[in-house]
Design a protein around this ligand. Structure first.
Ligand code: URA
Length: 201
């Protein structure tokens, strides 16, 4: 049977395949446009996300919104989700076994969205989606061709909150992302007001 967003959401919302299903308040499935050409993938929900059922709504989410706006994007033009859909307790990294149980939902989301560009937010997503040996300090901002998508990773917004010295590199990565969007995402309009109108003569 053909997969749909509705059946996938329904299955995922009822999931108890791993122990995270016992401690979560809400499954955090994903948010954004189901026709987006760009997908962003974090590692897993934190406390705020667990409470609201929406990815990236805490401080890291605010920074992610700022990162998107730097390149003329907002949440309505992308699709945002995580490797695991339920909150790991104490904000620890999701265990491999939890990722293994959950990754099928992400694969199906990718199958439905068929994004042209997939951006991993941080190391955990990059190791799972791009390369098991991915090192975020070494490999952020590099482009990879994986399963017909252009993929890159940037520092996780939480890492940028902890270590603001990474922000200039991230700005460069975002500009590279912007160039790639302009090159291959014909349906994605970037809204950059500061360079829209030439001054009146
Ligand atoms: N960090 C993540 O990786 N995902 C979220 O949804 C929130 C914080």
């Amino acid at each position: 049977m053909q997969d749909t967003w509705e059946t996938l959401l329904c299955e995922c919302s009822r999931c108890h395949e791993c122990a995270l299903g016992q401690t979560r308040r809400n499954v955090v499935f994903g948010t954004g446009s189901p026709t987006a050409e760009i997908m962003l993938v974090g590692e897993g929900p934190g406390a705020n996300e667990d409470q609201q059922g929406v990815p990236f709504v805490g401080r890291a989410g605010q920074l992610l919104d700022d990162m998107l706006s730097i390149i003329g994007l907002d949440r309505t033009k992308v699709y945002i989700t995580n490797i695991v859909k339920c909150r790991p307790p104490e904000n620890r990294d999701p265990l491999n076994v939890e990722q293994d149980m959950c990754i099928g939902y992400l694969r199906r989301q990718i199958g439905l969205l068929r994004p042209k560009i997939l951006v991993s937010l941080g190391r955990i997503a990059a190791m799972r989606l791009i390369d098991g040996d991915f090192r975020i300090t070494r490999d952020h901002g590099k482009w990879y061709d994986v399963d017909g998508m252009r993929m890159m990773a940037v520092y996780h917004p939480s890492a940028l909150l902890r270590d603001p010295s990474r922000r200039p590199e991230t700005f460069d990565d975002l500009k590279s992302l912007q160039r790639e969007i302009r090159r291959i995402c014909s349906r994605t309009e970037l809204h950059c007001p500061w360079r829209a109108a030439p001054a009146d003569k």
